[in-house]
Design a protein around this ligand. Structure first.
Ligand code: ZN
Length: 197
């Protein structure tokens, strides 16, 4: 289900193992992968966006991830991921980008807002963290437990991604939500719209 392109065999093995776990979790959450996905590791993901840590290209169906050695320098003081161990962050990025790939395959190109795509990607990314790292992420982003669905929109994603991702995690991890929420988003019954100022 995944083809990995990496110069380092041990890194390739690690990606395969994390990808296999992610694909199983996605399949249990209404997001089965039906087509193989290629994951590449690169020292630059997008020259136009130096702080881009990973990307899924829906045209080619390929994922490019920043090599762990280059990740540390890209996680700046303002990054929402600052303070997470680099191997942990790298693994979680695999989950994030594979979720985009699965959403793309399952929805077959049906238009979704960026916020809807990113809800599922961040939910799976934060799900991949340990309980302690999940708590750390919320604290590092100074997120309050009172964050509501109202802040899950494209504008918040662009302006304050840490608030967006924290709100997603608090919503997704609430009792009764999780995969049921994914189902609602995939069916178009729950929309996270583009907020126009
Ligand atoms: Zn994303």
């Amino acid at each position: 289900m995944v083809a990995v392109v990496s110069d380092t065999p041990s890194l390739g093995d690690r990606i395969c193992s994390v990808a296999a776990q992610t694909i199983e979790r996605l399949a249990q959450c209404h997001l089965p992968l039906s087509t193989s996905v290629t994951i590449r590791v690169a020292t630059v993901v997008d020259p136009a966006q130096p702080h881009c840590l990973g990307i899924f290209d829906c045209q080619s169906g390929e994922i490019t991830l920043l090599h762990p050695d280059a990740l540390e320098a890209s996680v700046t003081d303002t990054s929402i991921f600052k303070g997470l161990p680099i191997p942990t962050l790298f693994d979680s990025l695999i989950a994030h980008e594979l979720t985009h790939a699965a959403v793309d395959q399952v929805t077959e190109g049906r238009q979704m807002t960026t916020a809807e795509h990113e809800y599922m990607a961040y939910a799976q990314q934060l799900e991949a963290l340990s309980d302690a790292d999940q708590v750390y992420f919320l604290e590092a982003n100074r997120s309050r437990s009172t964050l509501s669905r109202g802040v899950i929109n494209d504008t918040m994603l662009a302006m304050a991604p840490g608030v967006f991702a924290s709100a997603v995690w608090l919503d997704f991890s609430s009792p009764g939500n999780r995969c049921a929420t994914f189902r609602q988003i995939l069916d178009g019954d729950l929309r996270f719209k583009t907020e126009r100022p």
